[in-house]
Ligand binder design. Structure first.
Ligand code: UDP
Ligand code: MG
Length: 313
C-alpha cells in the first residue's frame, strides 16, 4: 500500500480537490493507497473539510495540529502516521502532478529502488530574486553536506525502510529535503513540471524564507563556524603587515601618519569579532533548541477509521 502525505495550511479551496484528484488517478491505476492529511493550524475551514473526508472515506486519515508548526513538522507527523509499504509526500495545492506519483510508484514497485525523488524540470512561475536566492541556498547546502540539492523538492516516494530511518532521526529542527538525501538508500530521479498554484496563495513570506534558509544551512553545514577561523587568519596576516608598516614608520620618521591604521584596524577587528559572535551565538541557539527536546508537533485530534487509530480518534 502507498501512503500519500499531505501537509495543508489554509488550503480550504484545495483539500477536497486534492483528495478527489488523488483518488481518481490512483484508482484508475489500481494503486492501493491511503491519504494522510495534516492540518497545520489553519485558520480557515481546512480542518472541517479534512474531518468530513476522513469520516466518509476509510482510506483518509486526518491529523489536526494544535497550532501552526510549519510544513517540516507536518511532514514528519505524516511520516510517523503513515502505515503504507511506501510513502510519498504531496503538496495540497496540486503543484506536483498526481500522474508523477504513478510513475514513481511503478519504479518503486519494480524493486531495487528505495527512494524515487521528484526533481523540478522547471520551477514554475517564480520571481527572479526568489530564484536567485534559492539557487544560492542549494549551492551552500550542497557544498556543505555533499548532497546534490539542485532542483530538489519535497516530492519524494520512499520505501518503508527509508520512512522508518527518517522517523528515527532524533533532531527537532528538521529539513526533510536534505535529511531524505542524507539517509542514503538507492535513489532514482523522476522529472516533473511544477504547475501553477490555482487556488489560494503560497504560504511563504520573505522573512520566513530567510529564516528557513539560515536554519537549514546551519543544520547541514558548520561552514559558517569555519568562516570565523578563516576571518581570524586573515585579520592576523593583515595585522602583521600593518604592524611591520607601523614599526617602520615609527623608526624612520613620520609616525603620526599611523592614525588611519589604528582606526582601520579597530574597525576591522571589532566588526569581525561582532560578526563571529553572531555566528557562534546562532549555533548556540540551535543547541539550545535541540537540547530542549520538545516534540516537533502536537496533535489535537486524529480522525481515521484505521483499526490502529481508533483509540485516538
Ligand atoms: N504548508 C504547511 N504549513 C505551513 C506552510 C505550508 O503545511 O506552515 C503546506 C501548504 O499547505 C502546501 C505545502 O505546504 O500544501 C506547500 O506550501 P506552498 O504551496 O505555500 O509552498 P510553495 O509551493 O510556494 O513552495
Ligand atoms: Mg505550492
Amino acid at each position: 500500500m502507498l501512503s500519500v502525505i499531505i501537509p495543508a495550511f489554509n488550503e480550504e479551496g484545495n483539500v477536497r480537490r486534492t483528495a478527489e484528484t488523488l483518488g481518481r488517478v490512483l484508482g484508475e491505476n489500481n494503486i492501493d493507497h491511503e491519504i494522510v492529511f495534516i492540518n497545520d493550524g489553519s485558520s480557515d475551514k481546512t480542518w472541517k473539510i479534512m474531518k468530513e473526508l476522513a469520516e466518509k472515506d476509510k482510506r483518509i486519515t486526518a491529523l489536526n495540529f494544535s497550532r501552526n508548526f510549519g510544513k517540516e513538522s507536518a511532514i514528519f507527523a505524516g511520516l510517523e502516521h503513515a502505515s503504507g509499504d511506501c510513502a510519498v509526500l504531496f503538496d495540497c495545492d496540486l503543484q506536483f502532478p498526481a500522474e508523477t506519483i504513478v510513475e514513481m510508484y511503478r519504479i518503486w514497485e519494480s524493486g531495487g529502488v528505495d527512494v524515487v525523488e521528484g526533481r523540478k524540470k522547471s520551477r514554475g512561475r517564480e520571481n527572479p530574486v526568489y530564484k536567485g536566492f534559492s539557487l544560492l541556498f542549494y549551492k551552500l547546502i550542497g557544498s556543505g553536506s555533499g548532497l546534490d540539492m539542485q532542483d530538489a523538492s519535497d516530492f519524494k516516494l520512499m520505501d518503508r525502510s527509508v520512512v522508518d530511518a527518517l522517523c528515527r532521526m532524533p533532531e527537532r529542527l528538521t529539513f526533510f529535503r536534505a535529511m531524505s538525501g542524507w539517509v542514503g538508500f538507492n535513489t532514482e530521479k523522476v522529472w516533473f513540471e511544477v504547475a501553477d498554484r490555482e487556488i489560494g496563495s503560497s504560504k511563504w513570506r520573505p522573512l520566513q524564507l530567510v529564516r528557513f534558509a539560515v536554519n537549514n544551512i546551519t543544520s547541514f553545514t558548520s561552514a559558517p563556524l569555519q568562516l570565523v577561523t578563516a576571518f581570524g587568519v586573515i585579520t592576523f596576516l593583515v595585522s602583521i603587515i600593518l604592524g611591520v608598516n607601523t614599526l617602520y614608520n615609527k623608526f624612520f620618521g613620520n609616525s603620526e601618519a599611523g592614525f588611519p591604521t589604528v582606526i582601520i584596524l579597530q574597525l576591522l577587528t571589532s566588526s569581525i569579532i561582532m560578526f563571529s559572535l553572531g555566528v557562534i551565538g546562532y549555533y548556540i541557539s540551535k543547541i539550545y533548541e535541540e537540547i530542549k527536546q520538545r516534540p516537533r508537533y502536537i496533535i489535537r485530534d486524529i480522525v481515521s477509521q484505521r483499526e490502529d487509530k481508533d483509540k485516538n480518534g
